[in-house]
Design a protein around this ligand. Sequence first.
Ligand SMILES: NC(=O)c1ccc[n+]([C@@H]2O[C@H](COP(=O)([O-])OP(=O)(O)OC[C@H]3O[C@@H](n4cnc5c(N)ncnc54)[C@H](OP(=O)(O)O)[C@@H]3O)[C@@H](O)[C@H]2O)c1
Length: 277
Amino acid sequence: MKTVTLPEGEIIAALGQGTWYVGDDPAMREREIEALNHGIDLGMTVIDTAEMYGSGRSETRVGEAIAGRRDEVFLVSKVLPGNASRKGTIAACEASLKRLGTDRIDLYLLHWRGGVPLAETVAAFEALVKEGKIRHWGVSNFDVNDMEELFSVPGGAKVAANQVLYNLTRRGIEWDLADWCASRGIPVMAYSPVEQARLLRHSGLRELAAGLGITAAQLALAWVLRRRDTMAIPKASSSSHVADNAAAAEIILSEDTLQALDRTFAPPRKATPLEML
Ligand SMILES: NC(=O)c1ccc[n+]([C@@H]2O[C@H](COP(=O)([O-])OP(=O)(O)OC[C@H]3O[C@@H](n4cnc5c(N)ncnc54)[C@H](OP(=O)(O)O)[C@@H]3O)[C@@H](O)[C@H]2O)c1
């Protein structure tokens, strides 16, 4: 399994598992728990959730899935911007811990920027680190200007990761944000790495993947993982999709394949605002 290194030196798997919409359908319970566990077995030990997903149902389902094997998992959750005040962040984290059935979140992210001053959220994150309720904190959907502002507030440079939309059809971060983060040792966590499955229907991607004897999902994920400091957190609710995705972490793409992908999915030619889903 390819790994990335957090700024404080901790090494984690570069390919994890997303859980947006997981927990929404009671009939999917067994299948989702099995899929998440299969992913852990295959080394996809980073599990990403958020208080927003299903208003806590995703965290509850993740908690059920990892019960008994918490220590094998690097757990990521997120606070909503509307809750990200000094007191609100602490309360939101405690509620997430309860739903997750654990005493600590490994990486706690601000889901996106809202009206609360960054200094307040950072102070709350640092207090949670001191109390041992979170181990690292980070941000999500932060563009370069947001990261620069974050670095200007006390403790802001302790950010451990930035989770952003990144896949073959959303390459804007290659213009500046990806390098900004890489030069400071901050991993980028690519969300929606297969564009919520829409990318997998792209005929150009499918043809290239077939020529390589791999699936479209594997090609899309291996492409995201080609960057040293970049992780991917695909969501999959079946064990077969999970196994398909896990194999992507072993695939090294040739220069010819990377060039073919550049011809089909053009890299950015100018700065564009960070996109969000
Ligand atoms: N920070 C943020 O603002 C933010 C925003 C969006 C997402 N996220 C996080 O990132 C995670 C991933 O993003 P996402 O869920 O939006 O989209 P995604 O991972 O790009 O796509 C998920 C979809 O792709 C399908 N899929 C996955 N692997 C497949 C495979 N090997 N073959 C065929 N289909 C496959 C899944 O189907 P099945 O479910 O049927 O397997 C699901 O429909 C989320 O779950 C969430 O944890 C964060």
